[in-house]
Design a binder for this molecule. Structure first.
Ligand code: UPG
Length: 274
């Protein structure tokens, strides 16, 4: 039987407690009562056929504590939403400036080769939904989930902000050519996708529901992620670069995957040539 349109498991507001959770605790199956489908790591509801399959893609490096919190809360939320889903953590396994755009493209390519998901959500590791009615599904516009953040007193930080968590169908990701690969370090890549999405005519959907609130885990600037000084110049040319820098120009070398109990980790190293 298909799962109901609105899951009966939803409870609403989630109380978030950020104190000292470890990765082992996030993997405790007793606490989570999740079930396996034929594809390893593919979670599904236990008593009905899910309506949606979602891939969560997390660009990542060296944020293990954040990952513990993220997995702990997100598994519970997705379970209550009765979704089928997989979490992919795409780990930049080198010392070069962090490249969130490229990692997002790698995650999309890897996930879409593995299975046909209805929704591909690129998600920062330090943002946690405060309500389980924040649906991790897609729609006809690209969906921006994380626009009311605790760090900004739950106000949209600026018009056109598309950072944090953003969900695409396969068609939307491919037609907008995914993320730019050529933003090195912090900043700009999220403003760039905002341009892509609008330029290709999809537009961004933000729910009017007041409960779309996220806790953003406080952190300092990561040493390997200095502000990208060329970002404004690059952004100025974003329109011309949509079809030349993105999913279609992605070169993947040195990819290694490790399947953990509750997520798949993809290690990716940038070779000298790309
Ligand atoms: N990240 C790591 N390790 C790093 C650096 C970044 O895992 O060393 C990941 C992680 O998922 C993090 C995300 O990248 O959540 C964004 O980096 P962060 O330093 O947290 O950037 P913020 O300034 O907090 O976030 C805003 C947006 C984000 C966007 C960024 C730059 O929410 O989506 O990438 O600004 O424009």
């Amino acid at each position: 039987e298909l799962c109901p349109k609105t899951s009966p498991l939803l409870k609403g507001t989630i109380t978030i407690n950020l104190s000292g959770l470890t990765i082992n605790e996030t993997e405790s199956t007793k606490k989570m009562s999740l079930y396996w489908l034929s594809v390893p790591l593919y979670r599904r509801p236990s008593d009905c056929k899910c309506r949606n399959k979602t891939a969560i893609i997390v660009p990542f490096r060296d944020r293990e504590q954040h990952l513990s919190y993220f997995l702990y809360y997100l598994h519970r939320l997705l379970h209550r939403q009765q979704l089928c889903y997989v979490i992919f953590v795409v780990d930049q396994n080198d010392d070069k400036p962090f490249n969130r755009g490229r990692l997002s493209n790698v995650g999309f390519k890897y996930a879409s080769n593995l299975s046909n998901f209805d929704c591909y959500i690129i998600h920062d590791v330090d943002m946690i939904a405060e309500d389980d009615r924040i649906m991790y599904t897609c729609n006809r516009q690209v969906v921006h989930y994380t626009f009311l953040l605790s760090k900004f007193n739950y106000n949209l930080v600026y018009h056109g902000y598309a950072g944090g968590g953003i969900g695409y169908t396969k068609e939307q990701f491919e037609k907008t050519n995914g993320f730019p690969n050529e933003y090195y370090g912090w900043g700009g890549e999220d403003d760039d996708i905002n341009i892509r999405i609008n330029e290709k005519g999809f537009g961004i959907y933000r729910s009017p529901e007041p409960f779309y609130r996220f806790t953003m885990i406080r952190h300092g600037r990561d040493s390997g992620n200095p502000p990208y000084v060329g970002r404004m110049e690059r952004l100025g040319k974003a329109r011309q670069r949509i079809d030349v820098d993105g999913l279609n120009s992605l070169v993947i070398t040195n990819l290694k995957e490790v399947k953990h109990k509750t997520y798949t980790r993809i290690y990716i190293t940038r070779s000298r040539s790309c």
